[in-house]
Design a protein around this ligand. Structure first.
Ligand code: PA5
Length: 443
């Protein structure tokens, strides 16, 4: 993995770029953040230990599921679903088991899944660190009831992934003797993909968890060193922080040139947004995919407001390739493509996009990985997690909590009849009555 940040620099962007001395002057701030990480200033930095975990229990459970299940259904949301989805999109090769991730509580989606699967041949993995997330709990309750109604025993069909000690899901796992895996207590949702949250699915898909962790270990070695100039994750975070501080560029677009990594953009967006958006500070992530968004978003990025940094992920080797045939020699708009490969085309598009942004004075970074494999995906996960924690510390915020989302959860619980929240419900009713600026029609 290599990061080319040339097109963030003054040499290419002139007055719109970062000067080498800006980076030098930033070293003491980076050193402070490094100290905080080294001293584990937040207990949630426990995610740094994940690359070194023992995965035998996860592999045994994965083997049991592979042997038993036609269908594997994950229930979870946020950090308990976005990481698994990356692994599913990246490594799903075989037909069996057929994997579904149900995160949103959209009844239409659940209906489609339930029509497709046979519960007697299904293993359900309920993933929730807290054990209290409404969406996950609701779908768990529906599936539990459905199993019972079909005369099936939950202990043969459910694996719980939750906190080792705390929360109602751990209580249920104990009470009903369900199979379970533990998310280490210090590891929070969006930093948990390299725990059983993602590793069980990896194992079900036939990917060795230790291969993912090997990539994470490689990153760990490079991205925990003190020197800013030697540490790719610190450099990445510092540059994006400087782009905000110096030029108010606060939108960070992640653009992998790979369909398989589209969901990686979404995983990054949760990590970056929920970790950094606090106390009026933060960087706004935007999920993208190349080359598709060149034909959708690029115009805005080049000529619209100068408030963005584009982060490319470039793939050096796609593992497979197709040659474009040398046909239609008389049509010059076609002929130049003949004889080249699709990978050469998509790589040229990535480089061309980086260049055209740079030429317009728009900053961008290119992260190159050799190929898409368990090791490189493990690298990417751990790289972005370290970079996010570091960047949050630079901003002086807690990159591991999400206090602002609690308010909405309380209103939802009140509307769903939670007895301890009658005051909230009264508040909802009174606002509903007053909120009358309406336009449109109902059929
Ligand atoms: O990053 C986080 O901690 C959150 O976004 C959680 O992942 C999300 O709220 C789901 O929480 P839980 O795993 O407790 O159900």
């Amino acid at each position: 993995m290599e990061i080319n940040y040339s097109f963030m620099m003054e040499e290419f962007l002139k007055e719109k770029g970062i000067k080498p001395e800006d980076i030098r002057e930033f070293e003491p701030e980076a050193a402070k953040a490094h100290k905080m990480i080294q001293e584990r200033g937040f207990s949630e930095l426990a995610f740094l230990d994940l690359p070194f975990q023992d995965t035998r229990e996860i592999e045994d459970t994965g083997r049991w599921i592979r042997e038993k299940a036609e269908y594997f259904l994950i229930l979870g949301i946020g950090g308990s679903a976005l990481g698994p989805r990356v692994l599913l999109d990246t490594f799903k090769k075989t037909h069996r088991p057929n994997v579904f991730i149900y995160d949103n509580v959209d009844p239409g989606t659940l209906d489609r899944i339930l029509r497709h699967i046979k519960l007697k041949d299904t293993v359900i993995n309920v993933i929730t660190k807290s054990g209290t997330t409404g969406e996950t709990v609701a779908s768990f309750m529906i599936l539990w009831d459905s199993l019972k109604k079909e005369g099936l025993r939950p202990e043969e069909h459910i694996v719980i992934t939750t906190d080792p000690e705390k929360g109602p899901m751990r209580r249920i796992a104990k009470e009903y003797a369900l199979r379970s895996l533990s998310i280490p207590s210090g590891v929070v949702g969006r930093y948990s993909v390299l725990s059983p949250v993602g590793l069980l699915l990896a194992s079900v898909l036939g990917v060795k968890p230790q291969e993912l962790l090997e990539g994470a270990r490689q990153v760990h070695k490079r991205c925990t060193v003190a020197e800013l100039k030697e540490n790719p994750a610190y450099m990445f975070g510092s540059l994006l922080h400087l782009m905000d501080k110096k030029f108010s560029r606060r939108i960070n677009i992640l653009m992998p040139y790979s369909d398989a990594l589209k969901s990686f953009s979404e995983w990054f967006c949760q990590l970056w947004a929920e970790s950094l958006g606090k106390n009026g500070k933060g960087l706004m992530p935007y999920p993208s995919v190349g080359a598709v968004d060149q034909h959708s978003q690029l115009q805005l990025w080049i000529e619209g407001p100068d408030d963005k940094v584009v982060i490319f992920i470039r793939i050096e080797d796609y593992g497979v390739d197709y040659k474009i045939p040398e046909i239609f020699p008389d049509i010059k708009e076609f002929a130049f493509l003949g004889g080249h490969t699709l990978s050469k085309l998509i790589q040229a598009e990535q480089e061309a996009t980086a260049l055209s942004l740079m030429k317009a004075g728009r900053p961008n970074i290119t992260i190159s990985i050799n190929t898409i494999s368990p090791t490189t995906i493990g690298e990417l996960f751990h790289f972005f997690e370290i970079a996010t924690a570091f960047t949050g510390i630079l901003y002086g915020i807690n990159p591991f909590n999400q206090p602002a989302v609690e308010e909405g959860k309380l209103y939802t619980r009140a509307m769903m009849g939670s007895p301890d929240l009658e005051d909230r419900l009264r508040e909802v009713m009174s606002v509903r009555e007053k909120a009358n600026y309406k336009i449109g029609y109902r059929p």
